[in-house]
Every structure is written in structure tokens, then in C-alpha cells.
Ligand binder design. Structure first.
Ligand code: 13P
Length: 258
């Protein structure tokens, strides 16, 4: 089963409009001579306030080599939800992906599995692709509950999603202890967990659909780690934080995934 790799940059709460423009221009420039079919699917996820400027840069390049993602959304279409952004508002910028269930949202903003499930369903309904994050804390890993915890996160996030829609979602396995710490999860271990995620997906949606799902690894991905990660059987790309904030290192990761 060949799955097109994805290299996605989660810029988190960094970059104003000018900085965002500079970063996306740097990426654009560095990949302009690479054939689109040779590239992985390249995705950038700026803050909401930079979606416009990044969307404009991507559109003027006209090459379709870079796709836009948001970092979060709300699942209701409109209404009295002060401070929230709807999926249609994100779609308005021609974004194709929305990251949901990132551990920072779960831990700092108390997002529940139920909310993440509502977001997943609303994103799919709108014709966009959710990048659904999952991952264990260091404590859970040491307690030996990593696999059951992640299976539970996946089952809950996809509750009520049609099997054929499951095939099109993207999952990001991000062990929380590896995020922003410089401690990358051992590639073979990340692959083992990701195989477990695929087995869970097969139970939910059947093997054929599960084999189509792209499952990314995230957590201190660097130019030096990407080749070994991509060489694993079930790792289909990376969700990159820190190393996506500089065009040079992000492009090195993109090239490492080719
Ligand atoms: P780092 O690559 O900075 O560890 O962040 C990973 C992450 O959280 C991406 O969503």
C-alpha cells in the first residue's frame, strides 16, 4: 500500500503576518525547482491571524506544492461562541487541513475526546481533512498504558465517522514527552505504536480503509531524524513543531522525506 507522505509544519503560536509571509516564501523558494510529484504533501499550519497572508503566498505560487492548515477550529457553524473560529471561516482561506486534539489543546485548554470527535465530524462534513493528534504522557508510558490510551483516543475521536471517511483522515502520533524536548521517540518504537494505531483503525473501519490512512510521527523531528523515521513501514510523514519555524530546517526535512 503506497501512501503519499505528508510533511506538516505546526507553527504553534509563532509568527505575525510579516514573519509568516517570510517563512512561507522561504519554503516556496527552496522547493520551486523540485517536481511536485517528487515532493511529499507539504502542509503549513500558521496561527489564524496569518492564514490570509500565507494563503495569498501559496496561491500566487500557483504550483499547489504547499497546502494550508489551521491549528484548531470550533465545531459549530456560527453563533455566540466568543473567541472561536468556525470551519467555514477556515475554509474561506482555502485551507485543506485542520489540526485537532493536539496535546497542547488537550492539556492547556482542557479539550476532551468528545470535543475532538465533534470537531473531526464537522471537518469531514465540510470536506476538509482533520489531522487528529494522539499521544501519551511520560507517566502513561512508564505505567505501560501507552497502547491502550492511544487506542482509546483514536476510537473516541472517530466515533460515528463512516469507514470510507476514516480512510481519508490523517493521524499524528505525538508522544507528549517528545514534544519540544529534543527527545525524539526511537523510530522503531514510534513505528510499533503507529502499527497499533493502524490495527485500531482496522477494527473501526476495516483493513482496506485503515491501510489508506496516513499516520505521521511528531515530537522533536529534525533534519537528522527524518530519514530513519521515513524508513519505517508505517510512518507516513511528520508533524513538525520547532524545526518548521525556519525554512532551512523545514525544507531539509521535506527533502529527507523524498
Ligand atoms: P516539536 O517538533 O517542537 O517537538 O513539536 C511537535 C509538535 O507538537 C507538532 O505538533
Amino acid at each position: 500500500m503506497s501512501r503519499r507522505p505528508i510533511i506538516a509544519g505546526n507553527w504553534k503560536m509563532h509568527n505575525n503576518r510579516e514573519e509568516s509571509k517570510k517563512l512561507v516564501c522561504g519554503i516556496k523558494e527552496a522547493i520551486k525547482d523540485i517536481d511536485k510529484d517528487a515532493l511529499p504533501e507539504v502542509v503549513v499550519a500558521p496561527v489564524f491571524t496569518s492564514l490570509g497572508v500565507v494563503a495569498d503566498e501559496i496561491a500566487t505560487c500557483g504550483c499547489g506544492k504547499i497546502k494550508l492548515s489551521a491549528q484548531n477550529c470550533y465545531y459549530e457553524a456560527k453563533g455566540a461562541f466568543t473567541g472561536e473560529i468556525s470551519i467555514d471561516m477556515i475554509k474561506d482561506f482555502d485551507a485543506k487541513f485542520i489540526i485537532i486534539g493536539h496535546s497542547e489543546r488537550r492539556q492547556i485548554f482542557s479539550e476532551t475526546d468528545e470535543m475532538i470527535n465533534k470537531k473531526a465530524k464537522a471537518i469531514i462534513e465540510a470536506g476538509l481533512t482533520p489531522i487528529i493528534c494522539c499521544g501519551e504522557t511520560l507517566e502513561q508510558r512508564e505505567l505501560g498504558v501507552t497502547d491502550s490510551h492511544i487506542a482509546s483516543q483514536i476510537v473516541k475521536a472517530l466515533d460515528g465517522v463512516a469507514p470510507t471517511d476514516v480512510a481519508n483522515v490523517v493521524i499524528a502520533y505525538e508522544p507528549i514527552w517528545a514534544i519540544g524536548t529534543g527527545k525524539t521517540c526511537d523510530s522503531a518504537e514510534a513505528n510499533r505504536v503507529i502499527k497499533g494505531i493502524r490495527a485500531t483503525l482496522a477494527q473501526i473501519a476495516g483493513k482496506e480503509n485503515a491501510d489508506k490512512v496516513r499516520i505521521l510521527y511528531g515530537g522533536s523531528v529534525k533534519p537528522e531524524t527524518i530519514k530513519e523515521q521515513m524508513a519505517q513501514s508505517d510512518i507516513d510523514g511528520a508533524l513538525v513543531g520547532g524545526a518548521s519555524l525556519k525554512a532551512d530546517s523545514f525544507v531539509e526535512i521535506i527533502k529527507g522525506a523524498m
